[in-house]
Design a binder for this molecule. Structure first.
Ligand code: SAM
Length: 163
């Protein structure tokens, strides 16, 4: 279920970038558990990260997984894991526009990576059946949902580390 990049020009290899040949086969499979509905149809419109966004977005769980939401309303924040389905996957060195110099993919939050898995900590605003309203996302409309987890500041915030 590979979708082509929405805008090939945005995915051209820039001078200094390094692309690699990806393996012919995947090592594992994942199930998309839902779809994320946002106001953003193009990457240019998307916030660069969810922290800066107050926009209210919907997370729609596919029917077999709705029961897995039981108890979720108790949490103020969630970790949302999603699949950047319109990103290329073969760059190991990138030249982001905002940096203007090469940097390794694993030193970037770019959607372009061998496994284009993204995460955001979102504010949970409402739960209605199989739909959640949240604030704090940065993805294109209809981005596939991979997982939801409760956010625990004591576990997930590096600021909570012992000195
Ligand atoms: C910099 S990434 C950060 C993603 C996530 N917050 C993280 O840190 O893992 C966010 C950008 O990815 C791009 N993007 C969003 N949804 C995408 C999708 N479905 N496929 C490809 N690129 C996407 C947009 O340009 C957006 O501004």
């Amino acid at each position: 279920m590979r979708r082509m990049p929405e805008n090939e020009a945005e995915h051209e290899t820039r001078p200094g970038e390094i692309a690699v040949a990806l393996p012919a086969r995947f090592d594992a499979g994942i199930y998309f558990i839902g779809s994320i509905r946002t106001p953003w149809q193009s990457r240019a419109d998307c916030p660069k990260n969810g922290r800066g966004s107050q926009e209210i977005c919907s997370i729609e769980l596919f029917e077999p997984y709705a029961a897995a939401l039981a108890g979720i309303e108790a949490f103020s924040h969630l970790v949302v894991v999603y699949f950047m389905d319109r990103a290329r996957r073969d760059l190991v060195v990138q030249v982001p526009r905002h940096l203007g110099e090469p940097r390794g993919t694993f030193a970037l939050r770019s959607p372009v990576r061998p496994n284009p898995i993204a995460l955001s900590v979102v504010r949970l605003l409402k739960v209605e059946g199989s739909r959640l309203s949240v604030a704090g996302l940065d993805c294109l409309d209809r981005t596939p949902l991979v997982d939801l987890k409760p956010y625990y500041a004591s576990v997930d915030s590096a600021g909570a580390d012992p000195p």
